[in-house]
Structures are given as structure tokens and as C-alpha cells.
Design a protein around this ligand. Structure first.
Ligand code: HEC
Ligand SMILES: [Cu+2]
Length: 424
């Protein structure tokens, strides 16, 4: 029997000793290495117990089988045996809990953090706010993956680099810096998970939770929203780009000057150096909507962004720079996309709603055909089971409201972004 055990252990040891693609990653932080070591320690404890218990069991069944004339013993209640099989597992559990508790406590200890990033989960994107600087952007599935994932897109996902694991704006972070994350969500549960950093925590609406990391090596580390229940959690990946400190400082400096003021983005620049948070992006910065006090200037800016960006298809068309008003055709075209992404799950692409689930039809709805202010308020603030959509930009809300007011036989006029802005 001992030869059998040796054989089994030997067979497993060689491949498992390496961090193979079947195993969890060793990662690039002290915590991730600790977590990996704990995982391996406990894995081997389980292997030894498993082999021991099943070994004895199979050996007993085989060696003392009835056909060999074995006679079952008929003893009852052995206090000694019961004490042994209580004490041994207890000791094993304590032996596993001691190192695990130490690691858990270190994972919870955010003291001495040098910077803080607030992470907010939305359906279906992440928002990153660097609380020590002006950097603030949304990060969502890269257009290349998004296009390929559409039904009948005709694009083979195998041809898309990092399919479903690429974003438009990466979370750029410095190495060798203790970074605290404040984690929350704005609608439903999400879960921020980056295996190489050994970070995984639920983002819970109404709660702010803390996690931290200190990355040792520059590089790109990919993760995903690990929340299970919900339509599109699988389509809101996370990409962390760790830069050497000086490059990170440069990135922060260039972020302020390029994207916040000019919003001119070179289409060829990798996401890390070009945070595309200009008004051209589909999910734009809240601030850029709020900031646009002189709408003339911001309309011009978004016009430039539009020209500069490669992927115009997934973004709303630019404002009409001459008047500040956006044409009905543009609003309708953008609105259709915003509706498909945000509203159709409940109100259905047909606008007929879902009677069974109490999602009202928008066709002929008194709210859709009535005073636009009521409808804008409902989209901004939500109502009962309908979530608030205030994180959409003025233009996106104006587009989707215009779209619902002029589709499926509705004919109730155009709403401009200014009207939405006025109601914020
Ligand atoms: C999670 C499901 C859900 C989503 C997503 C959703 N809605 Fe709703 N919507 C509802 C529910 C539920 C109501 C009824 C609220 C009430 O009056 O109690 C409603 C009501 C409405 C109404 C009023 C209809 C009426 O006659 O009462 C409008 C207009 C509307 N939604 C527009 C939108 C738009 C535009 C979007 C996308 C930006 C959207 N909704 C996304 C669930 C949803
Ligand atoms: Cu999610």
C-alpha cells in the first residue's frame, strides 16, 4: 500500500509543483504569493488525507472481502477510536487555520496606503476614481470584443486578441506602491477580481469595502467581474496596467492635459496611455457632462473627439456644433443603441414591455407620450423596479428618450441634452 501511495504522490508532484495553467497563478504581489503558498499547502494536506483515507478503505474492502472468508468484527462504540478521529481532524484544521488567519489579516490591513482608487461597478462597466488626483474614467469591454460577441456578428472570437478580457480604458497603477481600493456598486452586486493580484471581492450597493495591493512587477494583469447572477457580468472585464513609478507619474500628468481638456485621442495609442474619457465615448465621464457649462465649447470638443477616434460606430455621433442642438436623426440612431444596451432587457426591443414581469409597454405609454420632463425624471431617478440611469450622459439620455418617443408608432417630439442637464 505504501508503494501505491508513493506512486500516486510522485505522479502528481511533478506537474503540480509548477504553477501550470491548471493551477491558480502565483501572481505578482506578496499577498498573491502567500495565497498561492497557502493554496498549495492545503492542497497537499488534502491529497495526503484523501490518499490515506481512500487507501485504507480500498485496501480493507479488497483484503477482507467476503469471498476470502473474512468475518466482520462485531464490536460497538470504541471511545478510543472516537477520540482519535475527533482529535486528529481538529489538529489538522487548527494547523491550516493558523497560517490562513495570518494571511487574511494582512489582506485586510490597508494601513500605510499611499494612494486610493475608488471602484464602482455598474451594469455593465467599471468606474475608476483616483481620489488623490483628477483621474476619473469608465472602463468597459473593448469595442473589438463587444463587436464580436454580438449575435450573428460574423466575427470569429478566436481572431480577437484577449477576447472578453480587454477594455477601452485600463486601470493604470504604479508598481511598488501600496494602493487602497474602495469598492462599491451602483446597481446590483458585482465582484472585482484580478487573479494575479489575488484580489477578489464583492462590490455591494450601499457599502464601501476596502482591499489593497502592492504590485511588484510592471505588466498587464487581466481579470473579470466574477459575479454570477446577472446578464452581462461576463462582459465587464478588468485590465490593470502596472507601470514603473516614473511612467505612472507621466501618465497621470498627461491624463490631465490630454483627455480632460482636449479630449483628442490618437486612435492608434494603446488604451493605457490614452484614457478615452472624452465626450465621444459611449459611457463618458460624469464630470464631462456636468462640466459642459458652455455647451458650445464642449460640443466642439466632442466633434474633434469623434474625428480622432477610430471606433465611431459604438459611440454617439457628435453634437451639431453650429447650434448646440442635435438632429433628430442622430438622436434616434444613438438612442437605439442606448436603448438596446440599457432598456431593452426589460422593455423589450419591441417596446412592448413584459406584462408578466410588470415592465410596462412604452408604446402609447402616457409617460412617453406626455410631458418629457416626467420621462426624463424617471430615467434619471428610476422608479420602483426600474433602476436610475443618471450615470448615462445627458446626450445618451436625451437620445434614448427621443428614441422611445419616436419609435413603434410613438410620435412625441425630440428631447435635447440641455433638457436633461436642466433636470439633473
Ligand atoms: C430593470 C428593468 C428596467 C430597465 C432596465 C428599464 N426600465 Fe423602464 N420601467 C421599468 C419598470 C418596472 C417600470 C414601471 C415603474 C413604475 O411605474 O412602477 C418602468 C417604467 C418606465 C417608463 C414609464 C412607462 C409607463 O407608462 O409607466 C418609461 C418611459 C421607461 N421605463 C423608460 C425606460 C428607459 C428609457 C430605460 C433605459 C434607459 C428603461 N426604462 C430601463 C423597468 C425597467
Ligand atoms: Cu458585474
Amino acid at each position: 500500500m505504501s508503494r501505491l501511495m508513493m506512486g500516486l504522490v510522485g505522479m502528481l508532484a511533478a506537474p503540480m509543483a509548477l504553477a501550470s495553467k491548471w493551477n491558480m497563478p502565483v501572481g505578482v504581489t506578496e499577498t498573491s504569493r502567500e495565497v498561492y503558498d497557502l493554496h498549495m499547502l492545503i492542497f497537499w494536506i488534502c491529497v495526503v488525507i484523501g490518499v490515506g483515507v481512500f487507501g485504507v478503505m480500498f485496501y480493507s474492502v479488497f483484503a477482507h472481502r467476503k469471498s476470502k472468508g473474512a468475518k466482520p468484527a462485531d464490536f460497538h462504540e470504541s471511545t478510543t477510536v472516537e477520540i482519535i478521529w475527533t482529535v486528529i481532524p481538529f489538529v489538522i484544521l487548527i494547523a491550516m487555520a493558523i497560517p490562513a488567519a495570518g494571511t487574511l489579516m494582512r489582506m485586510e490591513d490597508v494601513s500605510g496606503s499611499e494612494m486610493t482608487v475608488k471602484i464602482t461597478g455598474y451594469q455593465w462597466l467599471w468606474e475608476y476614481e483616483y481620489l488623490d488626483s483628477d483621474v476619473h474614467f469608465y472602463s468597459r469591454l473593448a469595442p473589438s470584443s463587444d463587436a464580436a460577441r454580438q449575435l450573428d456578428s460574423g466575427i470569429d472570437p478566436a481572431t480577437v486578441d484577449n477576447y472578453l478580457l480587454e477594455v477601452d480604458n485600463r486601470l493604470v497603477l504604479p508598481v511598488d506602491t501600496k494602493i487602497r481600493f474602495l469598492l462599491t456598486a451602483n446597481d446590483v452586486l458585482h465582484a472585482w477580481w484580478v487573479p494575479d493580484l489575488a484580489l477578489k471581492k464583492d462590490a455591494v450597493p450601499g457599502f464601501v469595502r476596502e482591499i489593497w495591493t502592492k504590485i511588484d512587477e510592471p505588466g498587464v494583469y487581466r481579470g473579470q467581474c466574477a459575479e454570477l447572477c446577472g446578464r452581462d457580468h461576463g462582459f465587464m472585464p478588468i485590465v490593470v496596467e502596472a507601470l514603473p513609478k516614473d511612467e505612472y507619474e507621466q501618465w497621470v500628468a498627461s491624463y490631465g492635459s490630454e483627455s480632460m481638456t482636449d479630449a483628442v485621442v490618437d486612435a492608434g495609442t494603446p488604451a493605457a496611455t490614452a484614457p478615452t474619457t472624452g465626450p465621444g465615448a459611449l459611457y463618458t465621464d460624469k464630470e464631462s457632462a456636468v462640466d459642459s457649462d458652455d455647451s458650445e465649447a464642449s460640443a466642439e470638443t466632442s466633434g474633434e473627439t469623434e474625428v480622432a477616434q477610430a471606433d465611431a460606430s459604438s459611440k454617439p455621433a457628435a453634437a451639431d456644433t453650429a447650434s448646440g442642438d442635435i438632429s433628430k436623426a442622430t438622436l434616434m440612431a444613438d438612442g437605439e443603441k442606448v436603448y438596446a444596451q440599457n432598456c431593452a432587457a426589460c422593455h423589450q426591443p419591441s417596446g412592448k414591455g413584459m406584462e408578466m414581469a410588470n415592465f410596462p409597454a412604452l408604446i402609447g405609454s402616457p409617460i412617453v407620450t406626455g410631458d418629457p420632463a416626467t420621462q426624463i425624471k424617471q430615467v434619471l431617478k428610476g422608479k420602483a423596479a426600474m433602476p436610475p440611469f443618471a450615470y448615462l450622459t445627458d446626450q445618451q439620455i436625451a437620445s434614448v428618450v427621443t428614441y422611445t418617443r419616436n419609435s413603434w408608432g410613438n410620435d412625441s417630439g425630440v428631447v435635447q441634452p440641455a433638457a436633461v442637464k436642466a433636470q439633473r
